[in-house]
Ligand binder design. Structure first.
Ligand SMILES: Cc1cc2nc3c(=O)[nH]c(=O)nc-3n(C[C@H](O)[C@H](O)[C@H](O)COP(=O)(O)O)c2cc1C
Length: 160
């Protein structure tokens, strides 16, 4: 199998999903890290605001370096305030996905959240020269909660 998983997580659910998928596909993972971590209640509100406003945020450790040789790219990320979490948007917009197939996987608290991300996901992947192969949307956990790994093992079996 070839491909690579890039994920962003705040509470750990996307990390567990990445681990489950990495085991199933036998491919490696890269965690996106932000320069400024937001903490506590104020941080939660700031994060929601940044997400609604699609604020540009800074990533560290140059994750784009690890995109080059892969044909299939999996992107796992939470939905924040109805939008793609800013760290994942920053990663996508900074990437060159020329010749690559992109599979998005979003996690959210509300099973109906993220209904409007399809259009934006397609647009920003296209802006980064990639092709969307699929976008999966799953219920993750409520803010601050983390599901058991077995939950994500099961979901991972649904990913082509
Ligand atoms: C700032 C912030 C905003 C959020 N906004 C939403 C939302 O609009 N709708 C929703 O269903 N879940 C929302 N959530 C919940 C997360 O999407 C959910 O808990 C997800 O499973 C977290 O993934 P993680 O553990 O990888 O960080 C929000 C969480 C945070 C931190």
């Amino acid at each position: 199998m070839s491909g690579k998983i890039f994920y962003y997580t705040k509470y750990g659910n996307s990390a567990l999903f990445a681990e489950s998928l990495s085991e199933k596909k036998e491919i490696s993972t890269v965690e996106l890290a932000v320069a400024k971590k937001r903490k506590g209640r104020i941080g939660f509100m700031m994060s929601g605001y940044e997400s609604v406003r699609r604020k540009k945020i800074e990533l560290i450790n140059n994750p784009w370096d690890q995109v080059a040789d892969e044909k299939t790219i999996y992107l796992i990320f939470p939905i924040w305030a109805g939008n793609i979490a800013p760290a994942m948007r920053a990663f996508i917009l900074g990437a060159d996905f020329e010749g690559k197939e992109i599979i998005g996987i979003s996690l959210q608290a509300d099973p109906n959240a993220g209904a409007k991300i399809d259009e934006e996901f397609k647009t920003i992947i296209r802006d980064s020269n990639g092709t969307v192969k699929a976008l999966y949307k799953f219920h993750g956990a409520g803010p601050g909660d983390v599901q058991d790994k077995s939950y994500y093992d099961k979901l991972a079996t649904q990913i082509d």
